[in-house]
Design a protein around this ligand. Structure first.
Ligand code: AMP
Length: 519
C-alpha cells in the first residue's frame, strides 16, 4: 500500500487521482529508504516504476524548505534530452499539489530561459550532463546546496561517454548529500562508480539485468541487405501495426529509410540526435498523440521512452550492442500489454545476433518472409564488423544521443572567456589535476568496456522455429506467436492507466534488498 511508505497526504491523494493502486516492487523498497535519507543503488529497468520511486520521496523531502537563487536543492541527471523531459513531466504530474519549482536543463534550447529560471531559484534541476556543465561553467549554477542527487540510467551514461562529465559534476557537489543511483545493468565499471559515489547504500534489485519483458513477442528474419526496405514494408502492411518505432543504427540510414517510407505513403516521422531540439520534441509529440504512426529513429529513442500502447518495434538494423536490443524492444510490451519486436538481420550480422541471444539467454525465433531470399547467417569470422568501425559507430551514437557537442570537443577558442564565472574558473583550475586523474581512469574503463562490447567471443549460430509471411499477406508465425496474437486482440479495448489493474509478471517478482554494504 502506498500509505505504508511514509508519503504525506497530498502525495497519497495525487497517487490515487493518477490511478496507481499499489506500489511497484522498487517503489515499495526504495521510497521508505529515500525518506529515511539513505543512499540507494537501484538495479532496475525502465518500465518498473523507478521514476516514481525517486521522484515521489524527493517531492516529500523538498516540500520542507525553500530554494535560493542559482542554488538548486536537488539534481537529477539523465542521459538523453527525451528522458530528462519525461522525468520533468513525471515530476510535474506527481508534484501537482506541491509548490516546487523545477528547471529542465537540456541542450538544443535557449540558454536565456534556463538561466532566468535558475536565477529565480529552483528546487529541482533535471539535466543532461553536457548542458549542466555548460551552465555551471558560465557561472549560472552553484551546486553547493544540492541535498539529493540522482543519477539515472548510469549504464547508458557509460555507453555515451558521459562518465568523465559525471565525475566532474560529483566533484562539485557537497560531500553531505543523499545520492540515488539507478542502472538497468550493473557491469563492473558501474559498480565501481557506485562505490565511489554512494555512501553505505541500500541495494535494491527488481529485475534480472537485461531480460526483455515477457510480454514482447520477438522474431528475426535474415535477408539480403538490399531487400530490407521492401521486407519492412511487407511486414508493416501485413501486421496490425498500430504504431511502431523502427530503429536504424546510423543517423544517415534513419533519414534514408524515413524518406523511403514517406514515398511509399506511410504515416512516418523520424528522430535522431542531429535534429534541432524543437523538431525532436514536435516529432515525439506527434508520435505520442497518433498524428504519425511510425517513427524511424536512432538509439536516442531506445531508452526509457514511455509511449503508451506501442504495438511494434522493428530493428531495421541489428543493434551493435546487445543491451541496446533489450532497450529497443522494451519500448513495446509495456504496462502489461503485449507487443511485437521484429529484427531484420543480414547474413553478416552473425556476431551481433549471437551476442544478443547470449544476453537474453534464448533464441530469437526466425521467420521467413515469403517471396524474399532467406540466406543463412554468415559463419565467416572475417566478415564480422571490425573493432575500429564499431568504435566509430559507438562514438557516433554518443554524440547523437543528446545532440550536444561533447564538452571536450569545445576548444577554448570557441568559449569566450567572459562566459565563465571568475570564481568558477579558479575552482576549475584547482580541481583540474584531480579530475584529470579521475577522467583518465574512467576513460580507460570505457575503453575496456568497449573492447568487451566489440566482442571477442566465439560464434554461436542458432536457428529457431520459423514462421512464414505468405504472399497472400498472411503472416504465419510460430505457434507461440499465434497464441499471443489472440491474447492481444482480447486486450485491444482495455484502457490502461499506468499499469491499470495488471502489473506485468516481471515486476511482481519480489525486490531483493541485500544487506547494507560498507563503501
Ligand atoms: P518508469 O519505470 O518510471 O518508466 O515507469 C513506467 C510506467 O509505469 C509509467 O507509465 C508510470 O506512469 C507507470 N507507473 C509507475 N508507478 C506505477 C504504479 N505504482 N502503478 C501503476 N503504474 C505505475
Amino acid at each position: 500500500m502506498f500509505s505504508d511508505l511514509g508519503l504525506g497526504p497530498e502525495l497519497l491523494n495525487r497517487i490515487e487521482e493518477i490511478g496507481y493502486t499499489q506500489p511497484t516492487p522498487i517503489q515499495e523498497k526504495a521510497i521508505p529508504m529515500v525518506l529515511q535519507g539513505r543512499d540507494i543503488l537501484g538495479c532496475a529497468q525502465t518500465g518498473t516504476g523507478k521514476t516514481a520511486s525517486f521522484t515521489l520521496p524527493m517531492i516529500e523531502i523538498l516540500a520542507a524548505g525553500r530554494a535560493r537563487a542559482r542554488m538548486p536543492r536537488s539534481l537529477i541527471l539523465e542521459p538523453t534530452r527525451e528522458l530528462a523531459a519525461q522525468v520533468a513531466k513525471d515530476f510535474e504530474k506527481y508534484g501537482k499539489y506541491h509548490k516546487l519549482s523545477m528547471a529542465l536543463l537540456i541542450g538544443g534550447e535557449s540558454f536565456g530561459d534556463q538561466i532566468k529560471r535558475l536565477d529565480r531559484g529552483v528546487d529541482v534541476l533535471i539535466a543532461t550532463p553536457g548542458r549542466m556543465i555548460d551552465l555551471f561553467e558560465r557561472g549560472n549554477i552553484l551546486l553547493s546546496d544540492i541535498k539529493v542527487f540522482v543519477i539515472d540510467e548510469a549504464d547508458r551514461m557509460l555507453d555515451m561517454g558521459f562518465i568523465p562529465d559525471i565525475e566532474r559534476i560529483v566533484s562539485l557537489l557537497p560531500k553531505m548529500r543523499q545520492t540515488l543511483f539507478f542502472s538497468a545493468t550493473m557491469p563492473p565499471e558501474i559498480r565501481r562508480l557506485a562505490d565511489a559515489f554512494l555512501s553505505n547504500p541500500r541495494e535494491i534489485t527488481v529485475a534480472p539485468p537485461a531480460s526483455p519483458a515477457a510480454t514482447v513477442t520477438q522474431a528475426l528474419a535474415v535477408l539480403p541487405r538490399e531487400a530490407k526496405r521492401k521486407a519492412l514494408r511487407r511486414l508493416l502492411s501485413h501486421e496490425d501495426t498500430l504504431n511502431a518505432l523502427i530503429f536504424c543504427n546510423r543517423k544517415r540510414d534513419v533519414s534514408i529509410l524515413h524518406r523511403s517510407l514517406q514515398r511509399h505513403g506511410f504515416s512516418v516521422g523520424c528522430l535522431h540526435g542531429d535534429m534541432p531540439q524543437n523538431r525532436r520534441t514536435e516529432t515525439l509529440e506527434a508520435f505520442r498523440n497518433g498524428a504519425v504512426s511510425l517513427l524511424v529513429c536512432s538509439d536516442v529513442a531506445a531508452r526509457g521512452l514511455d509511449i503508451a500502447g506501442l504495438s511494434h518495434v522493428f530493428n531495421f538494423d541489428v543493434p551493435i550492442n546487445a543491451e541496446d536490443y533489450v532497450h529497443r524492444i522494451g519500448r513495446t510490451g509495456r504496462a502489461g500489454r503485449s507487443g511485437r519486436a521484429y529484427t531484420l538481420a543480414t547474413p553478416d550480422d552473425t556476431r551481433q545476433v549471437a551476442a544478443i541471444e547470449r544476453l537474453i539467454q534464448r533464441e530469437i525465433p526466425r521467420i521467413v518472409i515469403d517471396g524474399f531470399d532467406s540466406p543463412a547467417l554468415e559463419e565467416d569470422e572475417d566478415k564480422r564488423p571490425r573493432r575500429s568501425k564499431s568504435r566509430g559507430r559507438a562514438k557516433d551514437r554518443e554524440r547523437e544521443a543528446t545532440g550536444e557537442r561533447r564538452r571536450s570537443d569545445r576548444s577554448h577558442a570557441e568559449r569566450p572567456s567572459g562566459e565563465r564565472g571568475q570564481g568558477e574558473r579558479a575552482a576549475a583550475e584547482r580541481g583540474a589535476a584531480d579530475r584529470g586523474r579521475a577522467t583518465e581512469a574512467s576513460r580507460s574503463r570505457s575503453r575496456r568496456r568497449r573492447s568487451i562490447r566489440d566482442g571477442e567471443g566465439e560464434m554461436d549460430v542458432v536457428v529457431g522455429e520459423a514462421g512464414v509471411l505468405a504472399d497472400d499477406g498472411d503472416l504465419r508465425p510460430p505457434r507461440e506467436m499465434r497464441r499471443r496474437r489472440r491474447d492481444d486482440d482480447d486486450q485491444a479495448d482495455e484502457k490502461v492507466i499506468g499499469f491499470g489493474d495488471h502489473i506485468p509478471a516481471f515486476m511482481i517478482r519480489p525486490a531483493r534488498v541485500t544487506s547494507d554494504r560498507e563503501v
